[in-house]
Design a protein around this ligand. Structure first.
Ligand code: ADP
Ligand code: MG
Length: 210
C-alpha cells in the first residue's frame, strides 16, 4: 500500500461515514447510546485535518497518525479501538510499497490488537465480527495472487456479510451487552462502520491515486 492509497482510503472512509452518520447513530440508538455516527464523524473529520500537510513517508506513517488522532479525539469505545487498529497496522507498513499480503498481515495485527483491547472474539456482536472475516478474505485473496483492488473488494464483501450476521447475535461486549437478549435483532453499529471502512478501501484501491 502506498502513501497516496492510504490517504485516499481515509478520505473515502471519511466521506462514507459522513453519508452514513445518521444510519450509524440509528443503529447505536437501538442497542447503545446513539452516538456512534457522531463519534465516527468527529474522529474522521479530525483525521483528515491531521493528515492535511502531514509529511508521511510511508502508508504506515499515514495510518499511525490517523490512529493516534482517533484515540485522542473520539470519546466512545470505538475511538480507542479503531485508533489502536490503525496504529498497530501502520507499524507494520514500513515499506514504501507493501503488497496485498503485507496489508493483510498488517490488518491482522490491527485486528488482534482490537481483540486484546476489547476482550472481544468473533461472535460477540462487535466490530470484530466484520473485521475478522474481512482480514481472512484479504489474506485468502493475497495468497491466491490477486491484486489489491480485487483483494480489497473481497474483504469489503466479507465485512458486509459479517455485519449482516451480527443481527441475530446477542451482544457480549460493549454497551449493547447490557441489554442482554434485547440486543438480538439489530445490526451492530461498530460492525456497520467497519464494513464502511473496508468498502472505502475497495473504492480507493479501484481508483487511480489522486
Ligand atoms: P460507545 O459504545 O462507547 O458509545 P461507540 O458507540 O462509538 O462507543 O461504538 C460502539 C461500537 O464499538 C459497538 O457497536 C462495537 O462494535 C464496538 N465495541 C464496543 N465495545 C467493544 C469491545 N469491547 N470490543 C470490540 N468492539 C467493541
Ligand atoms: Mg455509542
Amino acid at each position: 500500500m502506498e502513501t497516496d492509497l492510504a490517504r485516499a482510503w481515509l478520505r473515502a472512509a471519511a466521506a462514507a461515514i459522513e453519508v452514513n452518520r445518521d444510519h450509524l447513530t440509528r443503529l447505536d440508538s437501538a442497542i447503545g447510546d446513539a452516538d456512534h455516527g457522531t463519534n465516527m464523524h468527529r474522529g474522521f473529520t479530525a483525521v483528515l485535518q491531521a493528515l492535511d500537510g502531514y509529511p508521511a513517508a510511508t502508508a504506515g506513517d499515514v495510518l499511525i497518525r490517523a490512529g493516534g488522532t482517533l484515540i485522542s479525539r473520539v470519546g466512545g469505545a470505538s475511538g480507542p479501538l479503531y485508533g489502536t487498529a490503525l496504529r498497530t497496522a501502520g507499524k507494520r507498513l514500513t515499506g514504501e510499497r507493501p503488497d496485498p499480503a503485507g496489508l493483510a498481515a498488517a490488518l491482522a495485527d490491527g485486528l488482534a490488537a482490537v481483540c486484546r483491547l476489547g476482550s472481544a472474539q468473533v461472535g460477540d456482536k462487535t466490530m470484530v465480527d466484520a473485521f475478522a472475516p474481512a482480514v481472512d478474505a484479504l489474506r485468502a485473496s493475497a495468497d491466491a495472487g490477486e491484486d489489491l483492488g480485487t483483494a480489497a473488494r473481497a474483504a469489503a464483501e466479507a465485512a458486509e456479510a459479517g455485519l449482516r450476521a451480527t443481527a441475530p447475535l446477542q451482544a457480549r461486549r460493549g454497551r449493547a451487552s447490557y441489554l442482554g437478549e434485547r440486543s438480538i435483532g439489530h445490526e451492530d453499529p461498530g460492525a456497520a462502520s467497519t464494513a464502511l471502512l473496508f468498502r472505502a478501501l475497495a473504492d480507493a484501491a479501484a481508483r487511480p491515486a489522486g
